[in-house]
Ligand binder design. Structure first.
Ligand code: SAM
Length: 233
């Protein structure tokens, strides 16, 4: 269970109505039951139910079960697509391990509006489900030109582009340690202006993910898999 509270011995964790409903209504836990909790900072803790009520309750952290871990330093930059597919991108990226999720508005982005709070909640749920102790931040929607003009010098960028033959070779030749980001475009792909802008960046490495055009959500998972194979833990 994700809790928005520090985890330490002797510091009871108050439970919200929703958390109480989940633990005592859905999971049917009672007083004294043990539950695994994390807050994205203090690792995973075993906590005991100290108070179980319909509208709330509290947990007592007993012992740290696992130290805080950090996924490899790769960000996923993705153009929001339809709601269910965007949710899928967030969920799979958390499972695969990313440090940050950055929704980007591109020239051909299908959807200019995102509910950042909803996507962040989705990232938390995905972390709970896959046993991660880290929840990547989902940032507000960023405009691609602004993002690139302020791009950190040391962060390499895996630019996924279905229009480029032989791109996988370019990515395969990238070596060395250091932070990365993966950029996946919208269903409409990238504009020529965006391609020229990205090609001019020394940090950008083009990646082709095979001869067929993948949907944006598939491309995100394929690119993360490729990146994890080469550079992940
Ligand atoms: N506009 C394109 C078209 O209709 O021809 C398709 C874009 S694709 C559905 C969405 C995004 O997934 C692309 O912008 C790219 O980032 C990524 N992508 C899909 N297939 C890919 C491939 N074979 N290699 C590299 N990237 C791919």
């Amino acid at each position: 269970l994700y809790v928005d509270h520090p985890l330490a011995e002797g510091q009871p964790v108050p439970l919200s109505r929703e958390e109480a409903h989940y633990l005592f209504g859905v999971m049917r836990l009672g007083q004294g039951a043990e539950v695994a909790v994390f807050n994205g900072q203090d690792g995973e803790w075993t906590a005991r139910v100290a108070e179980a009520g319909k509208r709330g309750g509290s947990l007592e952290p007993v012992a740290q079960a696992a130290p805080q871990s950090l996924p490899p330093d790769v960000w996923l930059l993705f153009a929001p697509v339809k709601k269910a597919r965007t949710d899928f991108i967030v969920e799979k990226a958390v499972e695969m391990g990313v440090r940050r999720l950055v929704p980007v508005a591109t020239d051909f982005t299908n959807s200019e509006r995102i509910r950042q709070d909803r996507l962040q909640a989705h990232a938390k749920e995905a972390a709970e489900q896959c046993g991660a102790t880290f929840v990547p931040e989902v940032t507000e929607l960023a405009k691609l030109p602004a993002l690139l003009s302020d791009w950190p010098e040391e962060r390499r960028l895996m630019f996924c582009d279905e229009a480029r033959a032989g791109g996988a070779g370019a990515f395969a030749s990238a070596t060395g340690d250091g932070p990365w980001a993966i950029l996946v475009g919208p269903e409409g792909g990238f504009s020529e202006a965006e391609r020229s802008r990205l090609d001019a960046m020394p940090q950008a490495h083009v990646a082709a993910l095979g001869p067929r055009i993948l949907r944006a959500d598939t491309a995100a998972v394929a690119a993360l898999t490729l990146w994890q194979t080469r550079f992940g833990d």
